[in-house]
Design a binder for this molecule. Structure first.
Ligand SMILES: Cc1cc2nc3c(=O)[nH]c(=O)nc-3n(C[C@H](O)[C@H](O)[C@H](O)COP(=O)(O)OP(=O)(O)OC[C@H]3O[C@@H](n4cnc5c(N)ncnc54)[C@H](O)[C@@H]3O)c2cc1C
Length: 286
């Protein structure tokens, strides 16, 4: 689905409850976590879904309103607690204009990152298919996230261990960013995943770029070198569900990586088509 296909109505008012920078000082990028309180009492959402944020123009490209999507990064509060709260994780984006070659600031991400507690936002949604939790608690969950693609997994892992509990299958989070300072929710500033390491079933594998510049590739192959055998076993296990989130190139990266791990692109293609056909493959890519 293209961005323009997402409806900008109905829109709901939301108040910024908090805005926290969750990348470490010195990181090349700024990622913020915002908690929004939605006016609409029955704004229901599920893990894996996204909300839209609308920012009014003027827009030099013709539209009057910018609409961009952000994945929800926390589990819903029980309705009885009050107005719904939505947590989003936003990377302050810049881009180079193809024609002029000049660097511009992304409209929505900068607008959102500049909001402070008490400020108001217009939101839409929720959109997208939820991340389904397998009924079988012995199922293995392979969660692969790049950059802001960590957002749905923060909610998903919390749901698995804090709401469901007693998960028996292996939960493996493969998380990549360009530097440790950018590894949000897993850096010195905030380590939200630390509380799950006590569970025998949970582990996270971090992958960084050997040279932390924006364009440098993340060394996934190096990061999983010691764990290759375990990942092969997981991929070949019919009880494994794979979830992928983040920028679109991560799909190609993992197609190549898993092809090489499994010895051939055909072997990976066969396993992937089984994962897809059996509803064990979920992706949230943008
Ligand atoms: C389903 C979906 C879920 C999304 N979830 C998130 C999320 O949880 N957090 C988030 O920060 N963004 C997320 N995005 C991207 C977000 O919607 C915007 O595209 C982004 O904030 C840039 O919007 P902008 O108006 O600031 O900049 P634009 O004027 O649209 O230009 C931004 C530039 O930054 C690049 N870019 C966009 N998003 C990212 C990113 N996350 N990391 C690195 N580069 C990027 C774009 O390719 C483009 O070159 C999601 C997109 C979709 C479709």
């Amino acid at each position: 689905m293209q961005l323009q296909d997402y409806p900008t109505e109905p829109r709901y008012g939301a108040t910024v409850v908090s805005s926290e920078k969750i990348t470490e000082d010195g990181a090349d990028v700024e990622v913020r976590e915002l908690v929004l309180e939605v006016d609409q009492h029955d704004f229901d959402f599920e893990i894996g879904q996204s909300i839209g944020v609308l920012v009014e123009g003027p827009d030099e490209f013709g539209g009057s309103v910018h609409h961009r999507l952000y994945t929800i990064a926390d589990t819903p509060l029980p309705r009885s607690i009050g107005k719904p709260e939505v947590t989003i994780v936003v990377r302050r984006c810049d881009y180079i204009d193809d024609y002029s070659g000049e660097q511009y600031s992304g409209v929505n991400s900068n607008y959102i990152c500049d909001r402070r507690p008490g400020d108001r936002l217009a939101i839409t949604g929720p959109f997208g298919l939820p991340f389904e939790v397998p009924e079988d608690r012995n199922a293995n969950l392979l969660l692969i996230g790049l950059g802001t693609g960590i957002a749905p997994f923060r909610a998903f892992v919390k749901h698995i261990y804090e709401d469901i509990g007693d998960w028996q299958g292996k939960v493996r989070l493969l998380y990549g960013a360009h530097s440790g300072l950018e590894l949000v929710y897993m850096n010195d500033k905030r380590d939200d995943f630390a509380r799950y390491y006590d569970n025998d079933t949970f582990d996270a594998i971090k992958a960084l770029s050997p040279r932390p510049n924006w364009a440098d590739p993340i060394a996934w192959d190096y990061a999983i070198e010691d764990r290759a055998e375990e990942i092969i076993i997981l991929l070949e296990d019919e009880h494994t569900h794979v979830y992928l989130a983040g920028l679109k190139p991560v799909r190609d990266t993992f197609d190549k990586l898993f092809s090489s791990l499994l010895g051939s692109a055909d072997r990976w293609a066969a396993i992937k088509s089984q994962l897809e056909a059996q509803g064990r493959w979920t992706e949230l890519l943008y």
